[in-house]
Design a protein around this ligand. Structure first.
Ligand code: ATP
Length: 362
């Protein structure tokens, strides 16, 4: 077994009556990887995580962890531990007892137990909190105790089901950084479920995007953003413009494409594609430049438009540009001052071919 195949999910499906919650999923996860399952509500990510934990058994397929087939094995006999969204720490016992709870079956000496608890508290930076009760902790601290309780068992794999979902935005962002730092320092494989694309992108080594029980793409965050393999992934991750397009001819990796109102251009595409394929061209808003005259910016494509709307986000402004013949306004984002570019004014947008991605519709 190579370390890249530390966890093997092989053709796993899970049906609940006629609902296919997980549909023929095949994933290898590396030892020490921070791996996220990302997708909209109901796409099957929690079910897949529960299959890894042993709380659900797959209808078909297998799960191997560290070369052991765990498919039919109960949760307590797996080298996994799970952290839930509503960080269920017990209110009637103190932090120390909460953390010890997970070790009650291990029959450790008092010294060994104290050391394990101390080490776990150090990992989550809450040394000295042993005697506190749940109501004497902030939301972030409670979540860290829940993590300590999972880590104290020294699992090979930590499964995290939206563990930051109950925290406010600022605390959530702080905890994202902390969690990533912690994962690097303990070296345990983390499998993290979230519906929040920013959260998955900022923390993970790789992200699997799921929809309707299926895995649509598995890539490192940057690749997922720069090279979405299908419409769903492109749309789900960040902001994007899609333009109706048609393949005119194919010469190995060079595809001649007619893009609605932007003319005919040659783009590169590395996968298999045929001339009849339905496609769109995708352009991220930050790669489009905007100016008030056609010669201001040098680019492969310049086209005239009219500003339909702008929205200001402090460090960034989104500008929505109407272009004759294109049904949906194009979204442009910029951190520059917008001199002379206000609602209803004429503008020119500039696009370079290297920033256009060809995406199959199906
Ligand atoms: P969320 O982000 O809302 O938690 P999810 O992506 O984690 O969603 P799952 O909880 O895995 O999605 O659910 C996937 C599908 O399986 C849904 O249609 C859900 O209703 C269904 N499902 C999950 N658990 C059961 C169950 N025990 N019995 C019947 N259907 C279930």
């Amino acid at each position: 077994m190579s370390d890249n195949e530390f966890i093997k999910i092989k053709n796993v499906s899970k049906k609940f009556d006629d609902v296919v919650a997980v549909d023929n999923v095949d994933i290898n996860i590396a030892r020490g990887e921070f791996f996220s399952l990302l997708g909209p509500s109901g796409c099957g990510k929690t079910t897949l995580l529960r299959i890894l934990a042993g709380f659900e058994y797959p209808s078909s397929g297998k799960v191997l962890i560290d070369n052991v087939d765990v498919t039919g094995i109960t949760p307590n006999l797996r080298p996994t531990n799970m952290v839930f969204q509503n960080y269920a720490i017990f209110p009637h016992i103190n932090v120390k007892k909460n953390i010890e709870f997970g070790l009650r079956k291990e029959k450790l000496s008092k010294d060994a137990l104290d050391k394990r608890v101390k080490d776990a508290l150090r990992m989550v930076q809450l040394e000295g909190y042993e005697d506190r009760y749940s109501n004497q902790l902030s939301g972030g601290q409670r979540q860290r105790i829940a993590l300590a309780r999972a880590l104290v068992k020294q699992p090979k794999v930590l499964l995290l089901d939206e563990p930051l979902g109950a925290l406010d935005k600022k605390l959530r962002e702080e905890m994202q950084l902390e969690l990533r730092k912690l994962q690097r320092s303990v070296g345990i494989t983390f499998i993290f479920v979230t519906h929040d694309q920013e959260e998955a992108m900022t923390m993970s080594d790789r992200v699997a995007v799921m929809n309707k029980g299926k895995i649509l793409q598995i890539s490192p965050p940057r690749d997922l953003y720069n090279n979405p393999k299908n419409l769903f992934v492109g749309d789900f991750i960040g902001q994007i413009n899609f333009l109706e397009s048609e393949i005119k001819s194919i010469d190995s990796n060079n595809i001649n494409v007619l893009i609605n109102k932007l003319g005919e251009h040659t783009l590169t595409y590395s996968g298999n594609i045929n001339k009849e394929e339905s496609i769109v061209c995708a352009i991220r808003p930050e790669t489009i430049q905007i100016g008030n005259n056609p010669d201001q910016i040098k680019s492969d494509i310049t086209i005239k438009g009219k500003i339909a709307n702008t929205s200001f986000y402090g460090n960034m402004t989104y500008i929505y540009v109407e272009i004759e013949g294109i049904a949906k306004t194009l979204m442009v984002s910029t951190s520059d001052a917008l001199e002379g570019l206000t609602y209803d004014s004429e503008c020119y947008i500039n696009i370079n071919l290297k920033d256009i991605r060809l995406i199959k519709k199906n």
